[in-house]
Ligand binder design. Structure first.
Ligand code: C5P
Length: 286
């Protein structure tokens, strides 16, 4: 197989709602997802070693089968009866890790697309997304990308009108938040505020960027432990003070992002946040 390289885009949650707990232990979700240009580069090639190896510019990432990228390769090869022995996956990471931007899921999705090409499998995106379901809840969305409504565990997808092109400033504080812990916290409270998902869909249909930004909302923000909630709120306020049309936490955090219709405002927000948070980036929506 010739070496294949794919971009793995980060995602942002324009909305995130948790509708309830399911019998399988997962939660019923309703989310509007958006891809951004900020990406990892994922290369697959045939190597010399046994099994699957994952190499990356971040040495703390798992190099073996527990890495989602390796899991995706195994699941796809199992599904089509291909041999994964000797597969090498190189991750050039730029998306912050454990950030709520689906970096690991997006790498896994890129492996599925790359193997589909490299092995000439001829599978549709939808078929790849079905394989991705077995790897992680966000992987089906990451296979497809763009602006999408995701429901169920996250695997039921509907394409939405594309978000008008805009700048996004993303800021990841240095603490991390455990996803299962946040789900446990949300199970223990009555959710008082929810995103106006219908209003969000109408704003997208109308191509109304300000309307989209105004409706961004993530129910997990209300169950963050106090110090983390204060940091997230501080970042949001800085983004708004520098001209963001709206700002919100992505996924289970801790990344907070703001949408901007003007580059100078986005640049000034990035510069203001970077002083305190090294992992602050400016990107564009796709
Ligand atoms: O599917 P994935 O492995 O990415 O999910 C990670 C964790 O997030 C799960 O173990 C579960 O605690 C939580 N989760 C959930 N409901 C979902 C998606 C994720 O409870 N729909």
């Amino acid at each position: 197989m010739a070496a294949m390289t794919e971009l793995a885009h980060a995602k942002l949650n324009l909305t995130l709602d948790v509708l309830g707990r399911r019998e399988d232990g997962y939660h019923e979700l309703r989310m509007v997802m958006q891809s951004v240009a900020l990406s990892d580069l994922v290369t697959i090639r045939t190597g010399e070693e046994e099994g699957i190896r994952v190499r990356s510019n971040l040495e703390f990432l798992p190099a073996g089968p527990e890495n989602l990228a390796a899991k995706a390769a195994v699941r796809l090869c199992e599904a089509v009866g291909a041999d994964w022995n000797g597969l090498e996956i190189a991750l050039d990471k730029h998306i912050p890790v454990c950030a709520g931007m689906a970096g690991g899921s997006s790498d896994a999705a890129a492996v599925l697309r790359a193997l589909n090409e490299g092995l000439s499998l001829g599978l549709s995106r939808e078929a790849l997304a079905r394989v991705g379901e077995k790897v992680g809840s966000d992987v089906p969305y990451c296979v497809m990308g763009g602006t999408m409504l995701a429901e169920g565990r996250g695997e039921r997808l509907r394409a939405l009108p594309a978000l008008p092109l805009c700048h996004a400033v993303v800021c990841k504080p240095s603490f991390s938040i455990s996803t299962p812990e946040l789900f446990r916290r949300i199970d223990g409270v009555r959710i008082l505020h929810r995103p106006d998902t219908r209003g969000m869909l109408r704003a997208l249909e109308a191509g109304d960027l300000a309307g989209v930004a105004r409706r961004m909302y993530n129910v997990f923000e209300d169950v963050l432990p106090r110090p983390q909630a204060a940091a997230v709120d501080g970042i949001r306020q800085t983004l708004i003070a520098h001209g963001a049309l709206g700002a919100c936490m992505s996924g289970t955090g801790p990344t907070v992002f703001g949408l901007f219709d003007a580059l100078p405002a986005a640049l000034s927000a990035r510069d203001a946040l970077r002083a305190a948070y090294a992992e602050t980036y400016i990107t564009v929506t796709l």
